[in-house]
Design a protein around this ligand. Sequence first.
Ligand SMILES: [Zn+2]
Ligand SMILES: [Zn+2]
Length: 427
Amino acid sequence: MALQSLRGTTDLLGETVHQWSRVEHTARRLAKLYGYSEIRTPLIEDAALFLRSVGETTDIIQKEMFRFEDRGGHEIVLRPEGTASIVRAYLEHHLDKNQGFAKLFYLGPMFRAERPQAGRFRQFHQYGAEAIGSSSPWVDVEAITLCVEILRGCGVASTDVWLSSMGCRDDQRRSAEALRKRLRPHLGKLCKECQARFEKNVFRVLDCKNPACHEIAWDFKGSPFLLCDACTAHFNDVRQGLKGAGIAYDDTKTFARGLDYYTRTVFEVRAKGLGAQDAVAAGGRYDHLVEELGGPSVGAFGFAAGIERVLMAASGDVKPADAAASRRGVYLAIAQPDLTGEGFRLIQTLRSRGVPATMDYDSKSLKAQLREADKSGCQFVAVLGAKELQEQTITIKDLGQGSQRTVRLASFAEEIAGPAKASCHSS
Ligand SMILES: [Zn+2]
Ligand SMILES: [Zn+2]
């Protein structure tokens, strides 16, 4: 039996690739517009990077990382998320000293060794942005605005932005105490994992997927996070800023981000059409991570969005690309095999003018070539025969519109280059 792709991984081809490219292009363009520059980091990292940043008690570390030893006995992981790598790179390249404040955009695959299920993949793809080196609430406002703008640009029209604050580390200690006090009478009813989490990291109980735990953990009004005056002021500034930017949000929903490094502002963007549990994008402030990874004590804010989820959320709002409009380039058909050399010369002329062009090299019948031309997605099929060659003409058919004309061979490239080029959609 032929080999197949692994469960939880996908091949992208055909029109799907164009859809992905459009999302990537939109995210890149808008991130640049907001002053973020692109960074590309390796897919493999030292396991310690994620143990120190994401948090040892999180699901990612305990169950979901692809972790292996290389031949030298180093523990390596396939990156499960982007933020830790970006902060590592920020420090490794001394952006803290040379630049101080850096706004970085990234895009690429992430890996989780979880059991594949609907909407979850072992290799999934994210774009994200990290603003490192500032504690200003305006950084939060700008990043959340960018996040929403990219989604809009990708055709995700109806979104809900959930906004909350997890407070500073002191607040989190007080909040943890309060949460333990509230949960202690129900400790016996929590699942085994949550009983372990209760002492080590009680906030993990808040994102347990076990329904019994969920019911007990969320049986109260308001946020589980108690905020000091400074964190309250920061949160108010973020809300004011978002109002000014015209970004609607809901700060009544209670939720916790499942990674240890978050402090103060956290947010999730939910899109209609996706399951109630699934955020299409999410992020927040992480004011201690840079220091915890060996850098200076500076604030930072970031978000990431899942490209698979963006496309799922966008599909209802965006019309599928018009097949006729997305046709591009030329398929050159030849009436007999000994015209291959002449045909190749012609398509090279087209290519040199930026017109995508292709032809058959396997002596297929003209009928078979015309069938292939139609399937190829080319806008034009041009037929070159011995008689035409003698008369120095060629027949061009527009496969999108069905019109046909015969032109001088000498002006073939000019005839095509204009309209074919203009019809090429950027991807
Ligand atoms: Zn605080
Ligand atoms: Zn539980």
